[in-house]
Ligand binder design. Structure first.
Ligand code: ARG
Length: 272
């Protein structure tokens, strides 16, 4: 299959204030040291790579006291140029929602202040036919309904059951939205949700635990290049077989907060 890259528009947030000072997912351990300078250096490489691949990246100013703000994917969801703000489950991240929404408002986007908990693209992923929506640990069903009403696109709720994969974007990744092509780790989902995914995406790439555990699914694809954690070597080989060009990145410091490539990357999808 011929793969082609489509230029993207991303929003990122430099991890200037990154640290692990609280634990809201099983990856976070405040007693373990974090090297903020190394986190920034690793993040800078990801940022530079997007530029080299021809993508546009905007930056939002990091705010002191919000160490998780680097995980820009959680900041909002943007479909057809419409921005649904995020509302976080945990108090530690609550102020990030308005911070991201203000950025979008300043840029002139149509925005919605969310009523229900949704953690942005951490749990809301766009395919051609649907918005795939995670719940179980963070975003809630009412937040999915709110997204469906706001975007006017069918939302498919998916139940996450393994706390290591607490956001949808740690268990599932969209490889080619136009072709409705995805990859996922089946054991992260309830039996019913697994059946829904099998029905909607019979040709999906099924990822094994070894690749999922190193956050291999926390990947960003432009239709040709798939940027993913470099430790997911098995997955990289399988992506190559499918005609993609995997690019492995070392984001080990940011993994200490429970995030990697995709978590650091919010996609801005313009109005058609
Ligand atoms: N420490 C953050 C949290 O637990 C990590 C978020 C990762 N982001 C993501 N899109 N999965 O909320």
């Amino acid at each position: 299959m011929t793969r082609t890259a489509r230029p993207r528009h991303y929003l990122m947030c430099r991890p200037t204030h990154f640290e692990v000072s609280y634990a809201i997912n099983p990856w976070m351990d405040p007693s373990k040291p974090v090297d903020t300078d190394l986190a920034v250096a690793q993040w800078e490489r990801l940022h530079a790579l997007y530029g080299e691949l021809g993508h546009r990246v905007d930056l939002i100013d990091p705010l002191p006291g919000l160490p998780d703000m680097v995980y820009a994917a959680n900041g909002a969801t943007v479909v057809d140029g419409k921005v649904l703000g995020a509302r976080f489950r945990n108090a530690e991240r609550a102020a990030e929602g308005p911070a991201y929404l203000d950025w979008f408002r300043d840029q002139g986007f149509t925005t919605r202040d969310p009523e229900h908990v949704n953690e942005g693209e951490g749990d809301l992923l766009l395919t051609a036919g649907h918005v795939l929506a995670g719940r179980g640990f963070r975003s809630v069903t009412a937040g999915h309904a709110e997204a469906q009403e706001f975007f006017g696109r069918p939302v498919v709720g998916l139940e996450l059951v393994d706390p290591r994969f607490y956001h949808l974007d740690t268990a599932l990744s969209v490889l080619d939205a136009d072709r409705d092509e995805i990859m996922y780790y089946p054991a992260a989902f309830s039996p019913g949700s697994r059946a829904v995914l099998a029905r909607l995406f019979p040709d999906a790439l099924l990822v094994d635990e070894a690749d999922a555990e190193v956050f291999g699914l926390n990947a960003v694809s432009d239709g040709l290049h798939v940027i993913l954690p470099e430790a997911a070597t098995g997955l990289a080989a399988r992506l190559r077989e499918r005609g993609f060009q995997p690019i492995g990145m070392d984001l080990s410091e940011l993994l200490k907060g429970g995030g990697s490539v995709k978590c650091c990357t919010l996609e801005i999808r313009a109005a058609a």
